[in-house]
Design a protein around this ligand. Structure first.
Ligand code: GDP
Ligand code: MN
Length: 375
């Protein structure tokens, strides 16, 4: 779960990481008590806000209401701006990058530090990899003082103690919240010391059961701002869609199942138009969306759906398929094979809706190929 900047900063504050003071503004809120200079920051969950015009500085000359309205009318990578964080602007002499995440291939946490943080960190890192330092560390030892000293020296930071406190707090947040990412970009050098000007925290959903109340609170906060947008986004996020050049649409609930079906379709002489994998644990809505996506492709003459229920429940998959068949105006040449968890319940739903299914995978594949070859 990705947190908004203001949520991340509330956590930073709790752990003693310096942040600017300010307040969250919703459309039609009174702006009377705001005084310049302010930085106005649209609260969205996608990155690259600054570059997309989602951050404005108000020095008191321009009309504040107008600037706020402009931000509320902005869309950043399809995401609407529904809340703005107004912060007391600080003068920045230098911007650094700091984050803690996992190095999955080495199974260790890693502290990443960049000497030039800010909106161009990725490009800077590509151009000159000496600018970014990766420090892997042991979970039991934590980040050691000598590692922090080494970084402070390379990042040319004078106040070691202040820098150390921030890094140790970031790691405490990382551990205590079961985060997969805690990022400060930029960490600004100002006349008042180091300040976390931005925050990016991502929590590991697999660990949500360890913090039920916390998750509930953060999720409600996110939903109160993002509303339905969030639901749609997270549903679509689990779908992997690969466009190909044939005429058979393929939908599977796992990558292995999908590859097996791709091989079988090729074996029986079929050519695949697209491959859609539902991913993770899904829902009727996700299946519906995935079918819509596969079906959108004008070249699709038949659709093969291969579902092997492990975590996925076939009754839920069937519900999505039935809903789609009933709502779609186009006739859909569907060939389905489903088995596994809640198989009987799923098959009953399909039977009740008069949607044929095949118990044999090869049969379903052959029929899908034959249909696609018909005309
Ligand atoms: P992002 O684009 O979503 O990463 O948003 P950030 O919060 O990181 O802000 C982008 C850039 O805006 C920063 O790198 C800063 O250069 C600038 N910026 C943000 N807040 C302030 C501020 O309070 N004062 C000044 N002078 N610049 C700021
Ligand atoms: Mn940033």
């Amino acid at each position: 779960m990705k947190l908004y900047e203001f949520q991340g900063k509330n956590i930073f504050k709790k752990y003693g990481i310096p942040v600017q003071s300010g307040k969250l503004i919703y459309p039609n809120d009174s702006l009377e008590d705001l005084t310049p200079p302010l930085v106005l920051k649209s609260q969205v969950l996608t990155g690259g806000r600054g570059k997309a015009g989602g951050i404005k500085l108000w020095y008191g000359k321009k009309n504040l209401k107008k600037m706020i309205d402009e931000l509320f009318h902005l869309k950043i990578k399809e995401e609407e701006v529904k809340a703005i964080l107004a912060l007391n602007s600080v003068d920045i002499s230098r911007e650094l990058y700091l984050s803690i995440t996992f190095n999955k291939s080495k199974s260790t946490p890693v502290l990443i530090a960049g000497i030039t943080g800010g909106v161009d960190i990725e490009e800077a890192a590509q151009k000159n990899n000496k600018q970014v330092i990766f420090t892997e560390f042991n979970c039991l030892l934590g980040i050691t003082d000598y590692q922090i000293r080494f970084l402070a020296k390379n990042l040319k930071i004078n106040d070691y103690q202040e820098f150390r406190e921030i890094i140790l707090s970031m790691y405490r947040i990382f551990k205590e919240y079961d985060a997969s990412l805690v990022e400060i970009n930029p960490l600004a050098l100002t006349s008042d010391g180091l300040i976390a000007v931005d925050s990016k925290i991502e929590l590991d959903d697999q660990a949500s059961f360890r913090h039920p109340e916390l998750y509930q609170k953060l999720k409600e906060e996110i939903q109160s701002i993002a509303g339905n947008d969030l639901k749609m986004k997270s549903e679509e996020d689990t779908i992997t869609y690969v466009p190909l050049s044939g005429n058979i649409g393929l939908l599977s609930d796992g990558a292995g199942t999908g590859l097996l079906s791709l091989d079988l379709l090729a074996k029986y002489g079929g050519k695949v138009a697209n491959f859609c994998e539902l991913g993770g644990i899904t829902s009727p809505e996700v299946v519906y969306k995935a079918l819509e996506k596969v079906h959108e492709d004008a070249n699709v003459k038949s659709i093969l759906v291969v579902l092997i229920g492990g975590f996925n429940r076939m009754d839920e998959m069937a519900e999505g398929i039935v809903n789609y068949c009933q709502k779609s105006s186009k006739k859909i040449p569907l060939f389905i094979r489903m088995c596994g968890t809640k198989e009987e319940e799923g098959k009953k739903l399909m039977n009740d809706a008069h949607i044929p299914i095949d118990d044999d995978l090869h049969e379903a594949v052959k029929k899908a190929v034959e249909k696609a070859m018909e005309n």
